[in-house]
Design a protein around this ligand. Structure first.
Ligand code: NAP
Ligand code: GDD
Length: 339
Protein backbone atom coordinates (compact mmCIF):
# COMPACT_ATOMS: atom_id res chain seq x y z
CA UNK A 1 0.00 0.00 0.00
CA UNK A 2 1.26 3.48 -0.91
CA UNK A 3 1.11 6.35 1.58
CA UNK A 4 0.17 9.88 0.63
CA UNK A 5 0.43 13.15 2.54
CA UNK A 6 -2.06 15.86 1.53
CA UNK A 7 -1.61 19.40 2.84
CA UNK A 8 -4.84 21.42 2.63
CA UNK A 9 -6.96 18.28 3.08
CA UNK A 10 -9.76 20.27 4.76
CA UNK A 11 -10.17 22.47 1.67
CA UNK A 12 -12.16 21.95 -1.52
CA UNK A 13 -9.50 20.12 -3.58
CA UNK A 14 -7.90 18.31 -0.64
CA UNK A 15 -11.15 16.59 0.30
CA UNK A 16 -11.92 15.42 -3.25
CA UNK A 17 -8.33 14.25 -3.74
CA UNK A 18 -8.45 12.30 -0.46
CA UNK A 19 -11.62 10.52 -1.68
CA UNK A 20 -9.94 9.66 -5.00
CA UNK A 21 -6.80 8.27 -3.32
CA UNK A 22 -8.73 6.34 -0.64
CA UNK A 23 -10.67 4.67 -3.49
CA UNK A 24 -7.33 3.72 -5.06
CA UNK A 25 -6.21 2.05 -1.83
CA UNK A 26 -3.72 4.65 -0.57
CA UNK A 27 -3.05 5.17 3.13
CA UNK A 28 -4.07 8.83 3.38
CA UNK A 29 -2.50 11.32 5.83
CA UNK A 30 -3.72 14.91 5.95
CA UNK A 31 -2.10 18.00 7.45
CA UNK A 32 -4.55 20.02 9.55
CA UNK A 33 -3.77 23.33 11.22
CA UNK A 34 -4.83 24.04 14.75
CA UNK A 35 -7.93 26.14 15.37
CA UNK A 36 -9.57 27.07 18.66
CA UNK A 37 -12.27 24.53 17.85
CA UNK A 38 -11.26 21.25 16.22
CA UNK A 39 -12.75 20.88 12.74
CA UNK A 40 -11.89 18.97 9.56
CA UNK A 41 -13.82 21.23 7.16
CA UNK A 42 -14.61 19.51 3.87
CA UNK A 43 -12.86 16.33 5.11
CA UNK A 44 -15.15 15.90 8.13
CA UNK A 45 -16.86 12.88 6.52
CA UNK A 46 -13.45 11.20 6.01
CA UNK A 47 -12.28 11.39 9.61
CA UNK A 48 -12.51 7.63 10.19
CA UNK A 49 -10.50 6.84 7.05
CA UNK A 50 -7.78 9.52 7.10
CA UNK A 51 -4.95 9.98 9.60
CA UNK A 52 -4.82 13.68 10.45
CA UNK A 53 -1.54 15.29 11.50
CA UNK A 54 -1.27 18.72 13.18
CA UNK A 55 0.87 21.17 11.30
CA UNK A 56 1.21 24.50 9.57
CA UNK A 57 2.90 25.43 6.30
CA UNK A 58 4.72 28.25 8.10
CA UNK A 59 6.27 25.83 10.63
CA UNK A 60 9.07 23.74 9.10
CA UNK A 61 9.40 21.55 12.19
CA UNK A 62 5.73 20.51 11.95
CA UNK A 63 6.26 19.55 8.29
CA UNK A 64 9.34 17.47 9.12
CA UNK A 65 7.22 15.71 11.74
CA UNK A 66 4.37 15.16 9.24
CA UNK A 67 6.77 13.60 6.73
CA UNK A 68 8.24 11.40 9.46
CA UNK A 69 4.80 10.15 10.58
CA UNK A 70 3.32 9.60 7.11
CA UNK A 71 6.43 8.24 5.36
CA UNK A 72 4.82 9.31 2.07
CA UNK A 73 5.29 7.92 -1.44
CA UNK A 74 3.42 10.96 -2.78
CA UNK A 75 2.88 14.45 -1.36
CA UNK A 76 0.24 16.87 -2.68
CA UNK A 77 0.89 20.41 -1.46
CA UNK A 78 -2.54 22.04 -1.63
CA UNK A 79 -2.43 24.14 1.54
CA UNK A 80 -2.52 27.87 0.89
CA UNK A 81 -4.09 31.19 1.75
CA UNK A 82 -6.08 30.78 -1.47
CA UNK A 83 -8.36 33.83 -1.52
CA UNK A 84 -6.79 36.37 -3.89
CA UNK A 85 -8.71 39.35 -2.45
CA UNK A 86 -7.36 38.65 1.08
CA UNK A 87 -3.78 38.65 -0.18
CA UNK A 88 -3.78 42.49 -0.30
CA UNK A 89 -4.84 42.72 3.35
CA UNK A 90 -2.52 39.89 4.50
CA UNK A 91 0.41 39.99 2.04
CA UNK A 92 3.10 38.84 4.50
CA UNK A 93 1.09 35.89 5.80
CA UNK A 94 0.19 34.96 2.20
CA UNK A 95 3.91 34.89 1.33
CA UNK A 96 4.76 32.85 4.44
CA UNK A 97 2.18 30.22 3.58
CA UNK A 98 2.07 30.22 -0.25
CA UNK A 99 5.76 30.94 -0.99
CA UNK A 100 7.92 29.96 2.02
CA UNK A 101 5.49 27.14 2.87
CA UNK A 102 6.47 25.44 -0.40
CA UNK A 103 10.20 25.55 0.31
CA UNK A 104 9.45 24.35 3.85
CA UNK A 105 7.73 21.19 2.64
CA UNK A 106 10.34 20.65 -0.09
CA UNK A 107 13.11 20.89 2.51
CA UNK A 108 11.27 18.49 4.83
CA UNK A 109 11.18 16.00 1.95
CA UNK A 110 14.73 16.61 0.70
CA UNK A 111 16.10 15.97 4.18
CA UNK A 112 14.14 12.84 5.06
CA UNK A 113 12.17 11.43 2.06
CA UNK A 114 13.82 12.73 -1.13
CA UNK A 115 12.35 9.99 -3.33
CA UNK A 116 8.72 10.94 -2.52
CA UNK A 117 6.83 12.32 -5.51
CA UNK A 118 5.71 15.94 -5.02
CA UNK A 119 2.81 17.92 -6.48
CA UNK A 120 2.65 21.73 -6.14
CA UNK A 121 -0.67 23.56 -6.54
CA UNK A 122 0.35 26.32 -8.94
CA UNK A 123 -2.25 28.61 -10.44
CA UNK A 124 -3.44 30.42 -13.55
CA UNK A 125 -3.32 33.61 -11.42
CA UNK A 126 0.44 33.60 -12.21
CA UNK A 127 -0.47 34.62 -15.81
CA UNK A 128 -2.21 37.71 -14.36
CA UNK A 129 -1.94 40.45 -16.96
CA UNK A 130 -1.98 37.85 -19.68
CA UNK A 131 0.76 37.95 -22.28
CA UNK A 132 -1.09 35.68 -24.73
CA UNK A 133 -4.52 34.09 -25.18
CA UNK A 134 -4.98 31.20 -24.54
CA UNK A 135 -2.38 30.67 -21.80
CA UNK A 136 -0.23 27.56 -22.00
CA UNK A 137 2.86 26.15 -20.23
CA UNK A 138 5.17 28.45 -22.26
CA UNK A 139 3.23 31.69 -21.67
CA UNK A 140 5.28 34.24 -19.67
CA UNK A 141 3.96 35.00 -16.17
CA UNK A 142 2.82 38.45 -14.96
CA UNK A 143 1.42 38.15 -11.42
CA UNK A 144 -1.14 40.81 -10.38
CA UNK A 145 -1.64 40.14 -6.65
CA UNK A 146 0.44 39.28 -3.57
CA UNK A 147 -1.17 35.81 -3.85
CA UNK A 148 0.04 35.34 -7.43
CA UNK A 149 3.53 36.66 -6.60
CA UNK A 150 3.80 34.19 -3.70
CA UNK A 151 2.55 31.30 -5.85
CA UNK A 152 5.11 32.20 -8.52
CA UNK A 153 7.89 31.62 -5.99
CA UNK A 154 6.29 28.26 -5.10
CA UNK A 155 6.18 27.36 -8.78
CA UNK A 156 9.83 28.18 -9.45
CA UNK A 157 11.20 26.64 -6.26
CA UNK A 158 9.42 23.40 -7.18
CA UNK A 159 11.08 23.46 -10.62
CA UNK A 160 14.39 24.36 -8.97
CA UNK A 161 14.29 21.38 -6.55
CA UNK A 162 13.52 19.14 -9.52
CA UNK A 163 16.52 20.47 -11.46
CA UNK A 164 18.91 20.87 -8.49
CA UNK A 165 18.27 17.67 -6.54
CA UNK A 166 16.58 15.41 -9.11
CA UNK A 167 13.39 15.30 -7.02
CA UNK A 168 10.21 14.07 -8.71
CA UNK A 169 8.40 17.43 -8.39
CA UNK A 170 5.54 18.59 -10.64
CA UNK A 171 3.55 21.81 -10.78
CA UNK A 172 -0.04 21.83 -11.96
CA UNK A 173 -0.98 25.26 -13.30
CA UNK A 174 -4.67 24.90 -12.58
CA UNK A 175 -7.29 27.32 -13.85
CA UNK A 176 -10.31 28.14 -11.67
CA UNK A 177 -12.17 25.09 -10.46
CA UNK A 178 -15.22 25.18 -8.27
CA UNK A 179 -17.70 22.79 -6.69
CA UNK A 180 -20.41 22.32 -4.09
CA UNK A 181 -17.53 22.48 -1.54
CA UNK A 182 -16.19 25.86 -2.70
CA UNK A 183 -15.67 28.48 0.03
CA UNK A 184 -18.53 31.01 0.17
CA UNK A 185 -16.33 34.09 -0.46
CA UNK A 186 -15.31 32.93 -3.94
CA UNK A 187 -17.52 34.46 -6.61
CA UNK A 188 -19.15 31.27 -7.94
CA UNK A 189 -20.29 29.99 -4.55
CA UNK A 190 -21.28 33.51 -3.46
CA UNK A 191 -23.57 33.63 -6.52
CA UNK A 192 -24.98 30.08 -6.22
CA UNK A 193 -25.65 30.55 -2.49
CA UNK A 194 -27.31 33.93 -3.15
CA UNK A 195 -29.49 32.58 -5.99
CA UNK A 196 -30.73 29.86 -3.62
CA UNK A 197 -31.30 32.27 -0.71
CA UNK A 198 -33.20 34.72 -2.96
CA UNK A 199 -35.37 31.81 -4.19
CA UNK A 200 -36.29 31.05 -0.55
CA UNK A 201 -36.98 34.73 0.21
CA UNK A 202 -34.04 34.82 2.65
CA UNK A 203 -32.07 37.50 0.75
CA UNK A 204 -33.14 40.34 -1.59
CA UNK A 205 -30.15 40.76 -3.82
CA UNK A 206 -26.42 39.96 -4.22
CA UNK A 207 -23.69 42.61 -4.43
CA UNK A 208 -20.70 41.82 -6.60
CA UNK A 209 -17.57 43.56 -7.92
CA UNK A 210 -16.27 43.27 -11.48
CA UNK A 211 -18.98 41.53 -13.54
CA UNK A 212 -16.88 41.58 -16.70
CA UNK A 213 -13.91 39.54 -15.37
CA UNK A 214 -13.53 36.36 -17.41
CA UNK A 215 -12.55 33.01 -15.95
CA UNK A 216 -11.94 29.50 -17.28
CA UNK A 217 -14.11 27.48 -14.86
CA UNK A 218 -14.15 23.69 -14.33
CA UNK A 219 -15.20 21.25 -11.57
CA UNK A 220 -12.72 20.33 -8.80
CA UNK A 221 -13.39 16.58 -9.16
CA UNK A 222 -11.98 16.65 -12.70
CA UNK A 223 -8.98 18.75 -11.63
CA UNK A 224 -7.83 16.58 -8.69
CA UNK A 225 -7.74 13.63 -11.12
CA UNK A 226 -5.18 15.59 -13.16
CA UNK A 227 -3.02 16.07 -10.04
CA UNK A 228 -2.95 12.32 -9.48
CA UNK A 229 -2.12 11.60 -13.13
CA UNK A 230 0.86 13.97 -12.99
CA UNK A 231 2.47 11.99 -10.17
CA UNK A 232 2.06 8.71 -12.11
CA UNK A 233 4.25 9.90 -15.03
CA UNK A 234 7.66 8.42 -15.77
CA UNK A 235 9.28 11.86 -15.66
CA UNK A 236 8.17 14.93 -13.67
CA UNK A 237 6.81 17.89 -15.65
CA UNK A 238 4.47 20.90 -15.37
CA UNK A 239 0.99 21.10 -16.90
CA UNK A 240 -1.78 23.59 -17.55
CA UNK A 241 -5.17 22.15 -16.49
CA UNK A 242 -8.11 24.10 -17.89
CA UNK A 243 -11.47 23.73 -19.60
CA UNK A 244 -10.46 25.73 -22.69
CA UNK A 245 -13.57 27.96 -22.34
CA UNK A 246 -13.91 31.37 -20.72
CA UNK A 247 -17.00 33.10 -19.31
CA UNK A 248 -17.72 36.38 -17.50
CA UNK A 249 -18.92 36.65 -13.91
CA UNK A 250 -22.11 38.08 -15.48
CA UNK A 251 -22.52 34.83 -17.53
CA UNK A 252 -22.11 32.76 -14.36
CA UNK A 253 -24.83 34.86 -12.66
CA UNK A 254 -27.27 34.47 -15.57
CA UNK A 255 -26.88 30.71 -15.58
CA UNK A 256 -26.98 30.28 -11.77
CA UNK A 257 -30.13 32.38 -11.47
CA UNK A 258 -31.67 30.44 -14.38
CA UNK A 259 -31.16 27.15 -12.47
CA UNK A 260 -32.75 28.81 -9.41
CA UNK A 261 -35.82 29.72 -11.53
CA UNK A 262 -35.09 33.39 -12.47
CA UNK A 263 -34.60 34.94 -15.89
CA UNK A 264 -32.17 37.89 -15.54
CA UNK A 265 -32.01 40.95 -17.80
CA UNK A 266 -28.89 43.14 -17.56
CA UNK A 267 -29.39 46.92 -17.54
CA UNK A 268 -27.06 49.89 -17.07
CA UNK A 269 -23.29 50.11 -17.16
CA UNK A 270 -20.33 50.22 -14.77
CA UNK A 271 -21.36 50.95 -11.19
CA UNK A 272 -25.01 51.24 -12.32
CA UNK A 273 -25.23 47.82 -13.93
CA UNK A 274 -28.01 45.65 -12.50
CA UNK A 275 -29.34 42.13 -12.98
CA UNK A 276 -33.14 42.40 -12.99
CA UNK A 277 -35.69 39.61 -12.64
CA UNK A 278 -37.68 39.82 -15.91
CA UNK A 279 -40.82 38.50 -14.23
CA UNK A 280 -41.06 40.84 -11.22
CA UNK A 281 -38.74 43.72 -12.19
CA UNK A 282 -36.84 43.26 -8.88
CA UNK A 283 -33.10 43.98 -8.80
CA UNK A 284 -31.32 40.72 -7.88
CA UNK A 285 -27.71 41.67 -8.71
CA UNK A 286 -25.98 45.01 -8.01
CA UNK A 287 -22.41 46.28 -8.28
CA UNK A 288 -20.61 47.24 -5.08
CA UNK A 289 -17.16 48.77 -5.69
CA UNK A 290 -15.89 47.48 -2.34
CA UNK A 291 -15.51 44.11 -4.09
CA UNK A 292 -13.21 45.59 -6.78
CA UNK A 293 -9.54 44.57 -6.46
CA UNK A 294 -6.54 46.90 -6.45
CA UNK A 295 -5.35 45.12 -9.62
CA UNK A 296 -7.57 42.79 -11.61
CA UNK A 297 -6.94 39.73 -13.78
CA UNK A 298 -9.30 40.53 -16.66
CA UNK A 299 -9.25 37.27 -18.59
CA UNK A 300 -8.07 33.72 -18.04
CA UNK A 301 -8.37 31.09 -20.75
CA UNK A 302 -6.19 27.99 -20.60
CA UNK A 303 -5.05 25.55 -23.27
CA UNK A 304 -5.13 21.99 -21.79
CA UNK A 305 -3.62 20.40 -24.95
CA UNK A 306 -0.39 19.14 -23.31
CA UNK A 307 -2.31 17.54 -20.40
CA UNK A 308 -4.75 15.90 -22.79
CA UNK A 309 -1.90 14.52 -24.93
CA UNK A 310 0.52 13.45 -22.17
CA UNK A 311 -1.73 12.60 -19.22
CA UNK A 312 -4.75 11.45 -21.22
CA UNK A 313 -6.71 13.91 -19.05
CA UNK A 314 -10.16 15.13 -20.12
CA UNK A 315 -12.61 17.15 -18.07
CA UNK A 316 -15.94 15.37 -17.75
CA UNK A 317 -18.11 18.04 -16.10
CA UNK A 318 -19.20 20.91 -18.37
CA UNK A 319 -19.62 24.53 -17.28
CA UNK A 320 -23.42 24.19 -17.39
CA UNK A 321 -23.29 21.03 -15.24
CA UNK A 322 -20.92 22.71 -12.76
CA UNK A 323 -23.30 25.65 -12.26
CA UNK A 324 -26.34 23.35 -12.05
CA UNK A 325 -24.68 21.17 -9.37
CA UNK A 326 -23.65 24.19 -7.27
CA UNK A 327 -27.10 25.81 -7.37
CA UNK A 328 -28.92 22.49 -6.74
CA UNK A 329 -26.66 21.85 -3.76
CA UNK A 330 -27.32 25.29 -2.23
CA UNK A 331 -31.06 24.90 -2.78
CA UNK A 332 -30.93 21.48 -1.14
CA UNK A 333 -28.95 22.81 1.85
CA UNK A 334 -31.49 25.59 2.40
CA UNK A 335 -34.51 23.36 1.97
CA UNK A 336 -33.11 21.04 4.67
CA UNK A 337 -32.57 24.05 6.98
CA UNK A 338 -36.02 25.54 6.38
CA UNK A 339 -37.97 22.28 6.91
P1 NAP B 1 -9.14 26.02 -0.17
O1 NAP B 1 -10.48 25.37 -0.24
O2 NAP B 1 -9.05 27.43 0.27
O3 NAP B 1 -8.22 25.11 0.78
C1 NAP B 1 -7.01 25.59 1.30
C2 NAP B 1 -6.50 24.61 2.32
O4 NAP B 1 -5.24 25.07 2.82
C3 NAP B 1 -7.43 24.42 3.55
O5 NAP B 1 -7.39 23.06 3.92
C4 NAP B 1 -6.74 25.29 4.61
O6 NAP B 1 -7.00 24.86 5.92
C5 NAP B 1 -5.28 24.99 4.26
N1 NAP B 1 -4.36 25.99 4.81
C6 NAP B 1 -4.41 27.33 4.66
N2 NAP B 1 -3.36 27.91 5.29
C7 NAP B 1 -2.66 26.91 5.87
C8 NAP B 1 -1.49 26.86 6.66
N3 NAP B 1 -0.82 27.97 7.01
N4 NAP B 1 -1.03 25.65 7.08
C9 NAP B 1 -1.70 24.49 6.77
N5 NAP B 1 -2.82 24.49 6.01
C10 NAP B 1 -3.29 25.68 5.58
O7 NAP B 1 -8.40 25.94 -1.59
P2 NAP B 1 -8.69 24.98 -2.86
O8 NAP B 1 -9.61 25.68 -3.77
O9 NAP B 1 -8.95 23.61 -2.39
O10 NAP B 1 -7.26 25.03 -3.57
C11 NAP B 1 -6.23 24.10 -3.23
C12 NAP B 1 -4.88 24.66 -3.68
O11 NAP B 1 -4.91 24.89 -5.09
C13 NAP B 1 -4.51 26.00 -3.06
O12 NAP B 1 -3.11 25.99 -2.90
C14 NAP B 1 -4.91 27.03 -4.11
O13 NAP B 1 -4.13 28.18 -3.97
C15 NAP B 1 -4.59 26.25 -5.37
N6 NAP B 1 -5.39 26.58 -6.55
C16 NAP B 1 -6.75 26.59 -6.48
C17 NAP B 1 -7.49 26.84 -7.62
C18 NAP B 1 -8.99 26.86 -7.60
O14 NAP B 1 -9.59 27.43 -8.53
N7 NAP B 1 -9.64 26.26 -6.62
C19 NAP B 1 -6.82 27.07 -8.85
C20 NAP B 1 -5.43 27.03 -8.87
C21 NAP B 1 -4.72 26.76 -7.72
P3 NAP B 1 -8.23 25.43 6.80
O15 NAP B 1 -9.39 24.51 6.50
O16 NAP B 1 -7.73 25.33 8.18
O17 NAP B 1 -8.51 26.83 6.33
N1 GDD C 1 -14.64 36.78 -4.70
C1 GDD C 1 -15.34 37.64 -5.42
N2 GDD C 1 -16.41 38.28 -4.86
N3 GDD C 1 -14.96 37.87 -6.70
C2 GDD C 1 -15.69 38.72 -7.43
C3 GDD C 1 -16.81 39.39 -6.91
C4 GDD C 1 -17.18 39.16 -5.56
O1 GDD C 1 -18.14 39.71 -5.03
N4 GDD C 1 -17.35 40.15 -7.90
C5 GDD C 1 -16.60 39.98 -8.99
N5 GDD C 1 -15.59 39.11 -8.71
C6 GDD C 1 -14.52 38.70 -9.66
C7 GDD C 1 -13.11 38.89 -9.11
O2 GDD C 1 -12.73 40.25 -9.22
C8 GDD C 1 -12.35 37.95 -10.05
O3 GDD C 1 -12.06 38.60 -11.25
C9 GDD C 1 -13.36 36.82 -10.33
O4 GDD C 1 -14.65 37.32 -9.90
C10 GDD C 1 -13.08 35.50 -9.63
O5 GDD C 1 -12.85 35.74 -8.27
P1 GDD C 1 -12.70 34.54 -7.19
O6 GDD C 1 -13.86 33.64 -7.30
O7 GDD C 1 -12.43 35.17 -5.87
O8 GDD C 1 -11.47 33.71 -7.74
P2 GDD C 1 -10.04 34.15 -8.32
O9 GDD C 1 -10.09 33.97 -9.81
O10 GDD C 1 -9.62 35.47 -7.81
O11 GDD C 1 -9.06 33.07 -7.67
C11 GDD C 1 -9.39 31.68 -7.68
O12 GDD C 1 -8.84 31.07 -8.81
C12 GDD C 1 -7.41 31.07 -8.88
C13 GDD C 1 -7.01 30.37 -10.19
O13 GDD C 1 -7.10 31.26 -11.26
C14 GDD C 1 -8.85 31.07 -6.37
O14 GDD C 1 -9.30 29.74 -6.27
C15 GDD C 1 -7.33 31.05 -6.38
O15 GDD C 1 -6.85 30.31 -5.23
C16 GDD C 1 -6.86 30.34 -7.66
O16 GDD C 1 -5.45 30.31 -7.71
Amino acid sequence: MKNVLITGITGQDGSYLAELLLDKGYGVYGLVRRKSELSYGNAEHLKDRVAFIDGDMADLSSLIRAVHISNPDEVYNLAAQSFVAASWSQPVYTAQCDALGVVNILEALRLSKPDARFYQASTSEMFGLVQEIPQRETTPFYPRSPYAAAKLYGHWITKNYRESFGMFACSGILFNHESERRGKEFVTRKISAAAAAIKFGLQDCVELGNLSAKRDWGHSVDYVRAMYLMLQLEKPDDFVIASGETRTVRDFCSMAFKYAGFDLAWEGEGLNEKGIDKLTGKVLVRVNPSFFRPAEVDILLGCPEKAERTLGWRREISFEELVRRMVDNDIKELSLKTV
